[in-house]
Ligand binder design. Structure first.
Ligand code: AHR
Length: 664
């Protein structure tokens, strides 16, 4: 998207808080036609969307703990390659980037450490303080690795994790270095100190001499113990959302500001030291340590399918190609990429995947062509989409292809699905989208809401946003015969430095689902809404109707409902799920009639997410201020009344025979 990167932040700050005019009135009643099926629920409705934004991978999900490990320069907007940013000399060493002693073509600079004054009493070398800190937790093994060579021989080299006051928390020493590049790997084991993040990593020698280093790396434990893997707590939070797919690798990150800065997948595979990395459109450097294979392993670890977005000949800055000749190499790249993901080991790219450690092909059903191509003011998407579509379908007829523009923008070729993005600003605008799909013709392509979010709260969504999110999701569930997939965006944000100099911020986009710093992570109220909905999805959407639905007049003068509801059935377990949103600041009694129910239990479960203060959210220091609570409920019958808490999202789960009568 070519809107300025700061715009969402500003809009979020400016968004008026809705003044909720309360309207007393009759008790609203909801009729749930337990035996009348409105639509099948899409099994893939809930998924994840990801890209490198807000230090999502670097300083986030990717397990690398050291910043600027390959010295490519990531000094904010300046992209200076003259200074070894984020590295400091220690013990009297002099350090500089050196283009004359490259490790290889990809990592074509090294860091020269002139440790002429080094001694046992005063070792000299370098230090790094990670991405806003380096986490050290008790009794944990860290793996440090680096390439190094010396002017003649030098070393040994000691790597250490040090606390804020310089205390060594863990250390290990390598053998001596030689005049040739060599890879060294050592394990550092922490003791029983309290978890901390204000730590540094140091690499020093006690022997005077010159040393060159490259790809200086530190990993802690990773999810499923994968080498070059991902951060366990973030993976666990994502797994908790019960996603069914991962849309990758973006977003704007797919496109880049220019063709040269696109996600050029072939440069993101193979040994990490052979990946040059690239500048991302969110203004920092990506090592591409989390490359295509790691995305696929991420899918494998979460047991989800990739929704693979392929670069489609358009970059954010407007650069584009559209003639068949100009498009040909990019179309071929997409075909090669699909072969890398799905081809058997006898294909060129399937064999490459096997050499990269994964002989088994990955499952792939959906391929998205480009991202937000409505920003292509040259109007070339029809030609581009059609070229990619024809070439991909010719080789892979079973793949479902997703367009990033409405179907009438691609008259030459109808897509299988269209990706629609819905960002709503302030706490009320999303309520104008809850009926977006109610009247949509079912004759066109299916819909993938590939990015959506309610923007309210700073820097992350608050309870008011979560209420609107829940109302929106009820609308998607109601139309789940048409809207078959959805994913909130952005997914991840490093919240270590959300303000100040924009070049140094850890977050480029306000309002994201999951926040973290170097040590801790948390889900926002919006995260918990997603989790609650995915856990209680059901497989059939039931017919419902409401009467005496209370209305609120919002600060923009518009009157909108204050109560939203939906009902689904999980047929295999006979569970009826009622989803209810009360966005009033008062408790709301609701009469519920379960029509056509043959048999039902008198007891059930109620899961509630609420906050007395709708402006409140979770944060690093209060990660569970607003979390869902599940309680047993009793006294259920064909008609019952429940009082919904102020500012609440509620799911009532009843053991009831539902849905079967009119299953489509
Ligand atoms: O989610 C952030 C950005 O919003 C995505 O990169 C882009 O696709 C959209 O405009």
């Amino acid at each position: 998207m070519t809107i300025p990167k700061w715009l969402p932040v500003i809009l979020t700050l400016m968004a008026p808080f809705p003044a909720l005019a309360q309207a007393a009135g009759p008790v609203p009643s909801l009729r749930i036609a337990v035996d009348k099926v409105k639509a099948p629920m899409s099994p893939r409705l809930y998924g994840l969307m990801t890209e490198e934004i807000n230090f999502s991978y670097e300083g986030g999900l990717y397990g690398e703990l050291l910043r600027n490990r390959s010295f490519k320069g990531e000094g904010g907007f300046a992209y200076v390659n003259e200074d070894p940013v984020y590295w400091s000399p220690v013990g009297g060493a002099a350090i500089a980037l050196d283009g004359k002693v490259p490790l290889n073509k990809a990592l074509d600079l090294s860091l020269r450490i002139d440790a002429g004054t080094a001694s046992v009493e005063k070792p000299a070398g370098i230090s790094n303080s990670g991405y806003w800190g380096i986490p050290v937790v008790p009794r944990t093994v860290y793996t440090a690795a680096f390439f190094a060579r010396a002017d003649g021989s030098a070393g040994p080299v000691t790597v250490a994790l040090r606390g804020k006051d310089g205390t060594v928390l863990a250390s290990a020493t390598t053998p001596a270095l030689t005049g040739q590049w060599q890879r060294f790997e050592v394990k550092l084991t922490s003791a029983s100190q309290a978890p901390s993040k204000d730590n540094t990593f140091s690499l020093t020698t006690s022997t005077p001499g010159k040393i060159w280093v490259q790809q200086v790396s530190l990993f802690g434990p990773t999810y499923n113990n994968r080498k070059n893997g991902t951060r366990p707590d973030l993976m666990a939070l994502m797994a908790g959302m019960k996603p069914t797919f991962l849309r990758l690798p973006g977003g704007n990150y797919l496109e880049g500001d220019t063709f040269a800065q696109r996600f050029d997948w072939k440069k993101t595979i193979g040994p990490t030291e052979e990946r040059p990395g690239h500048r991302s459109p969110w203004n920092y450097w990506s090592t591409d340590g989390l490359g295509l294979m790691e995305y696929l392993q991420w899918c494998e670890d979460l047991k989800v399918d990739p929704v693979l977005a392929v670069f489609a000949g358009y970059a954010l800055g407007g650069e584009h190609v559209s003639s068949p000749e100009e498009l040909a190499p990019y179309v071929q790249d997409a075909l090669d990429e699909i072969e890398y993901v799905t081809g058997d080991v006898h294909t060129e790219w399937g064999a490459k995947r096997a050499r990269d450690g994964h002989p088994a092909p990955f499952a792939l059903t959906y391929v998205e062509i480009g991202n937000e191509d409505f920003f292509d003011h040259a109007g070339t998407y029809d030609k581009r989409f059609s070229a990619f579509y024809k070439a991909i379908k010719a080789r892979y007829p079973n793949l479902k292809l997703i367009s990033t523009m409405p179907a009438d923008a691609t008259p030459s070729q109808a897509p299988d699905l269209v990706d629609e993005h819905t960002y709503a600003w302030g706490g009320t605008e999303m309520y104008d989208h809850v009926n977006d799909y109610d009247g949509r013709s079912r004759a066109g392509p299916k819909v993938f809401v590939g990015e959506w979010a309610t923007h309210d709260g700073w820097p992350m969504p608050n309870m008011r946003a979560a209420l609107a999110d829940a109302a929106y999701l009820i609308g998607l569930e109601r139309n789940s015969d048409l809207v078959v997939m959805s994913s909130y965006a952005p997914l991840l944000a490093n919240v270590s430095q959300v303000g100040g100099d924009s070049r140094e911020r850890s977050m480029q986009w306000a309002v994201n689902l999951i926040g973290y710093d170097a040590l801790k992570a948390y889900g926002t109220p919006s995260y918990y809404v997603q989790k609650m909905f995915a856990e209680n999805k059901g497989d059939l959407v039931l017919e419902t109707a409401g009467r005496d639905i209370p209305q609120l007049t919002d600060s923009d003068g518009k009157t909108r409902p204050s109560l939203f509801w939906g009902a689904t059935c999980e047929t295999s377990t006979h569970h009826l799920k009622l989803k209810l949103v009360n966005r009033r600041g008062e408790a709301q009694p609701v009469r519920i009639a379960l029509e056509g129910v043959q048999s039902m239990a008198k007891t059930g479960w109620l899961t509630e997410l609420s906050s007395a203060d709708p402006g409140a959210g979770n944060d690093i220091d209060a990660p569970e201020r607003i979390v869902p609570k599940t309680t047993a409920i009793s006294g259920l019958s064909r008609t019952f009344t429940r009082t919904l808490a102020a500012y609440s999202v509620t799911i009532v789960d009843v053991d009831a025979a539902c849905g079967e009568a009119q299953r489509p």
